[in-house]
Ligand binder design. Sequence first.
Ligand code: MF3
Ligand code: CO
Length: 253
Amino acid sequence: MVRIRSQREIALIEASNKIVARTLDMLEDQVKPGVSLLELDQLAEDFIRAQGAHPAFKGYMGYPSSLCISVDDEVVHGIPSDRMLAEGQIVGIDCGVEKDGYFGDSARTFAVGEVDPEKMRLMNITRESLYKGIEQARPGNYVSDIGHAVQSYVEAHGYSVVRELVGHGIGTELHEDPQVPNYGVPKQGYRLREGMCIAIEPMINAGKKDVYTAGDGWTVLTKDGRPSAHFEHTVAIETNGPRILSNGAANHG
Ligand code: MF3
Ligand code: CO
C-alpha cells in the first residue's frame, strides 16, 4: 500500500532526514585513512541519539549496526568492523534515522584521501544519476520513469545498474511501497502522486551488474571485484515536483 503524507507528516519525515544529513556531514570530516569503520558507526550512533532520535538500521531484520559502510567492491550493507579505511578507497555510508515515528534515509559515497580518476568518475556519475532519477519524481510520472532515467544515464557512461536492490517508499516505516528500481522502461506500473515520499538510491557498478552476498548474510559485493558506488536521497513528491528532504549543509551528494 502506497501512503500519501500530509504536510505535517512530510515535515516530520524531513526532520528525521535532516538528522541523517547532518550525520553524514559530520562523518564526511572523519573519513580518512586510519579511521576504523566501528569508530564511524559509534560516532554516528552517539550523534543520532544525542538528538533524541534512533538509528533506524540497528535491529532492522537483525542488522547489528547504525550505519552500513561499504568499501570499494562492496555495493551496500557492509557491516562496520574494526577494519580501517585506507588511502585510495571509496566508501559508501548509508544512514537511517527514526524520530517521533518517522524515518529518514540517505547515503553518500566518499573518497578516502587521494583516489584514482576512475573511482572519482564512478562516484560522480552515480551521484548525477541520482539527480536524473529525482528529476522524474513528479506527480503524474510513473515510478519506472525514475529507474529509466537512472539506467539510461549510467549505461551511457559505460557503467551498470545493480538489479537486486531497489529504492522504496518511506515514512512511518523505513521500507514502504512502492519499490523504486534503478532500471526499467518508461511509463510502467505505479504512478507517482503528490504526498508520496520515496527514497531513490542508485547502486552503480564500474564493471558488470552482477552481485553476491557475503557469508555474513548482509554485505553485497560485485562479482567482478570492481568498485561500486551508492547515493541516496529521500524525496517528497510535491505539486511542483520533487523536494529533497535529506540535503546536507554544504554541496554534498
Ligand atoms: N540501506 C538500506 C536502504 O537504504 C537499508 C539498510 S537496512 C539494514 O534502504 F538493515 F541493512 F541496515
Ligand atoms: Co534506502
